[in-house]
Design a protein around this ligand. Structure first.
Ligand SMILES: Nc1ncnc2c1ncn2[C@@H]1O[C@H](COP(=O)(O)OP(=O)(O)O)[C@@H](O)[C@H]1O
Ligand SMILES: [Mg+2]
Length: 253
């Protein structure tokens, strides 16, 4: 499969087992190389959408195509191959805190190894070189042997980015990657994402709750509200006043 990084979301709904509607008939066509920021109130469905895109959970209805292949229906080897192309970083970084930065970064490569080999931590020289390069790209090579727990939050998130890069992904999903970080650190992390987007043509889909940040980094802004897609515009057409609607509590209007 050629990696481009297009994402097509077709009529996707997600109803959680307890009956909560996480997503309600979402349609979204994302081209390779876009930097899409998803905005919306807490509970709007942003995380649910990202988790559906990499199949961290199943959808109830609809399809999600990654470069034309349906990840909602894939299983086994096909699913593993599709998932390699989709990297994710998380609000809480999800690093193994007692492990070194190098170890954490190398673990991003496990999708390319049989389980027994990755369990033993037997990474090839090539992948160790790849880890060095990934850390260079987020400017943290000097932390190679540092334990993850000894890094600041911003540094941990950038290790998360370096780990994600090890997958050589076409799509990069970021779920509130900078909440909890101070403005200066936020800028460093967001600039890292922007650089990868521009230099590698990575498609980025990031959930953010700061409108200002969305305006600064996105090429396109998508708004969710109570599981529905209520807004979708390229950055050139976005106006600050548009957000009153997205951020109005359901039932306000
Ligand atoms: N595992 C779950 N079980 C039941 N409901 C959930 C679960 N995860 C999320 N939800 C609900 O789905 C809706 C969307 O949640 P979420 O995608 O986390 O929103 P956001 O990321 O925009 O804050 C919310 O009403 C939330 O409470
Ligand atoms: Mg969320």
């Amino acid at each position: 499969m050629s990696k481009k990084g297009t994402i097509k979301v077709e009529g996707v709904s997600k109803v959680y087992p307890n009956g909560v509607v996480g997503l309600d008939n979402i349609n979204l066509d994302i081209e390779a190389g876009e930097f899409v920021v998803i905005v919306g109130l807490s509970g709007a469905g942003k995380s649910t959408l990202l988790r559906a895109i990499n199949r961290l959970h199943d959808v109830t209805d609809g399809h999600i195509l990654i470069d034309g292949e349906d990840i909602t229906k894939a299983s086994g080897k096909e699913l593993r191959m599709l998932r390699r192309n989709i990297a994710m970083i998380f609000q809480n970084y999800n690093l193994v805190k007692r492990s070194t930065v190098a170890r954490n970064v190398l673990s991003g490569r496990v999708g390319y190894y049989p389980t027994w080999q990755s369990t033993l931590g037997l990474f090839t020289k090539e992948d160790q070189d790849r880890a060095v390069k990934s850390l260079e790209r987020v400017n943290l090579l000097d932390k190679y042997y540092t334990k993850a727990r000894d890094l600041s939050g911003g540094q941990q998130q950038r290790v998360g980015i370096a780990r994600a890069l090890m997958q050589e992904p076409a799509v990069f999903l970021a779920d509130e990657p900078v909440s909890g970080l101070d403005p200066k650190t936020t800028k460093v992390v967001m600039d890292d994402l922007k650089r990868l987007n521009e230099e590698d043509g990575l498609t980025i889909v990031a959930n953010l709750h700061s409108m200002e940040l969305a305006m600064d980094y996105a090429t396109r802004i998508v708004g969710l509200k109570a599981g529905k897609l209520v807004y979708d515009k390229p950055i050139a057409e976005v106006q600050a006043s548009d957000f009153q609607d997205i951020y109005a509590e359901v039932g306000d209007q």
